[in-house]
Ligand binder design. Structure first.
Ligand code: PEP
Ligand code: MN
Length: 349
């Protein structure tokens, strides 16, 4: 139920409405918009009598929130959520540029890539220290040592850090080093993990599951918000379809859909979305044109020898790319193209 209080309702009356709702066994969440307090009162679905609620002092209107993802919805929270991380206000007119290797492999690799992506304009460094790998025989990540390297490199170049957390028991550890906790596609419906990061202080980057509908994805975000953490960044990273030419099918429809349904920022990962280096830049450009709030892109200086996802990693700079440079653009050139597209849309880097 969405309860709108009249403009100028004193805090004592707000507190009174809140405690009455709690006495009815409802969870109460508040947001303020255009001088009005908006309260989402969420229960187990048993019907409440809106006419009774309308009699309470301060109450202007009572309506149902017409979607199952109540706190994530624009009905509850009409204005865009803006999440400040380091130098970036994610969800504002500034685009969030996150970049770095798929996996943290070592000090030299991470410092080299951090320097390059920072110079190009990225504000957040990515890199996995705990890696969800299809094969148990593939590189599984450097763990805490990897997080330490990532933190040092990011600090050296003025970047924030995003890194994946795979397990409830890793949340405190990853939170010690990372500014944003990444929940990977394979864990989008790990409900224990969603609850755990719902209690964290850090923003959460929630990737869309490999075969998740938009509603399922938003419901996963709702789990996090319901625990008190409203700093969720949604990330479209491609879904499984019958198409085999690309690794996944990047669902750019999701951007305008999510923007309409939700106040949360949405970014795109065209690296996992395509799986092929030459496809990353076109889909990155398209994502920003479609209204995404940012990009997370895999970048590696020596992708042929990367321990994971080399085939979809961009070279840091156009000059690093082998061959005639016709098809492969470096991260630096992509960012300058993104800057131009952003300007057309009244946004910036
Ligand atoms: C990654 O970001 O390296 C990753 C494993 O992504 P996803 O969870 O989207 O597959
Ligand atoms: Mn990867």
């Amino acid at each position: 139920m969405l309860i709108l209080l009249r403009a100028g309702t004193p805090e004592s009356a707000v507190a009174d409405v809140t405690s009455r709702l709690r006495m009815l066994g409802l969870a109460v969440h508040r947001t303020d918009h255009e001088n009005r307090v908006r309260i989402a009162a969420i229960g187990d679905g048993s019907p409440l009598d809106p006419d009774t609620l309308r009699q309470w002092p301060g109450v202007e209107s009572v309506e149902k929130i017409p979607v199952p993802f109540k706190l994530v919805s624009r009905s509850f929270h009409p204005q865009n959520t803006v999440i400040t991380v380091g130098r970036c206000a994610i969800g504002s007119d500034q685009l969030a540029l996150m970049a770095g290797p798929c996996s943290v492999e070592g000090e030299e690799q991470v410092f080299r890539i951090a320097e390059a992506v920072a110079r190009s304009g990225a504000t957040v460094m990515r890199g996995g220290a705990f890696k969800p790998r299809t094969s148990p025989y593939s590189f599984q990540g450097l763990g805490e040592e990897g997080l330490k390297i990532l933190r040092r490199a990011a600090d050296a170049f003025g970047l924030a850090v995003v890194s994946e957390v795979m397990d409830t028991q890793q949340v405190a550890l990853v939170a010690r080093y990372a500014d944003i906790l990444q929940l990977g596609a394979r864990n989008m419906q790990n409900f224990a993990l969603l609850r755990e990061v719902g209690h964290a202080d850090q923003p959460v980057l929630l990737k869309r599951g490999l075969a998740a509908t938009i509603e399922e994805w938003l419901m996963s975000a709702e789990h996090i918000l319901s625990q008190g953490n409203s700093q969720v960044i949604l990330c479209e990273r491609g879904i499984r379809t019958f198409e085999t030419y690309t690794r996944n099918t990047l669902d750019l429809n999701a951007i305008p859909v999510v923007k309409e349904l939700s106040h949360l920022p949405v970014i795109v990962d065209p690296s996992h979305g395509t799986g092929i280096r030459n496809m990353v830049a076109p889909m990155a450009r398209a994502s920003i044109a479609a209204g995404a709030d940012g990009l997370i892109i895999e970048v590696h200086h020596d992708p042929d020898h990367a321990l994971s996802d080399g085939a979809q990693s961009l070279y840091p700079a156009q000059a690093d790319a082998p061959g005639d440079g016709q098809h492969t653009i470096g991260y630096d050139q992509l960012v300058s193209q993104i800057r131009t597209i952003a300007a057309v849309l009244g946004r910036r880097i």
